[in-house]
Design a protein around this ligand. Structure first.
Ligand code: MG
Length: 218
């Protein structure tokens, strides 16, 4: 029997390499207004708007630039699937472990790098953008489960599945993973440059190969 029952992954910098914030990648690509972005960010951190509203605000900036799907794909052309990601997902799945994505990233990244991601992950928490036939953004579903909200998503899945938090694993790379890292029974800092997160983690993996996590989980 595996030691753990649920394994949750972050996306940017964890399942996908060459990126810390996918949102920033798109802002850079579409050259959105930094001041308006800063303003929305400050309003969020001052508690004036929700995370969802902040996300929708920023996606609207892309809309205003008439951002089309092929451009989104071009913007992430330099990103890569993390080394060992597919082997790791297959192995965990084979052992009957539940898998989840808990991320503030965007569906378009996962769709590009793991097109069959819905087959692997029992739960997927991330922001979603949908496109119409001419490639324009038709619909947006922003997640509420980024930052400290990631821990809420973990609790939600664990409760529904009747799994104790101590039997849950989380793997992430950045400071928005701090809270969920503390709550998961096993917190793994992976591809991480932030001391605060490394300190909160039970395991720190320096080698950039996701297969390295398996020895701690199985
Ligand atoms: Mg990340």
């Amino acid at each position: 029997m595996p030691k753990y029952k649920l394994v949750c992954f972050d996306v940017d910098g964890t399942l996908i390499d060459n990126v810390t914030f996918s949102w920033q990648v798109f802002h850079d690509h579409f050259q959105t207004d930094r001041h308006r972005r800063e303003d929305a960010k400050n309003r969020f951190f001052n508690g004036e708007i929700t995370y969802k509203e902040w996300a929708e605000h920023d996606i609207n900036l892309w809309r205003e630039r008439n951002a089309k799907k092929p451009e989104f794909l071009k913007a992430i052309g330099h990103l890569r699937l993390m080394e060992g990601a597919m082997e790791t997902l297959h192995e965990l799945k084979k052992r009957g472990i539940k898998l989840a994505v808990i991320s503030g990233s965007l569906n378009i990244l996962l769709e590009k790098f793991i097109p069959n991601f819905e087959e692997f992950f029992d739960d997927v928490f991330l922001s979603r953008i949908y496109f119409d036939e001419d490639g324009s953004i038709s619909k947006v579903e922003a997640t509420e489960y980024d930052l400290d909200g990631k821990a809420l998503a973990l609790r939600k899945i664990a409760k529904r599945e009747g799994i104790s938090l101590k039997d849950c694993v989380f793997i992430g790379d950045y400071l928005n993973d701090l809270k969920i890292m503390q709550e998961a029974g096993l917190g793994i800092a992976f591809n991480c440059e932030y001391e605060e997160l490394k300190k909160a983690a039970d395991v720190v993996i320096e080698k950039k190969d996701l297969r390295e996590i398996l020895r701690y989980i199985l």
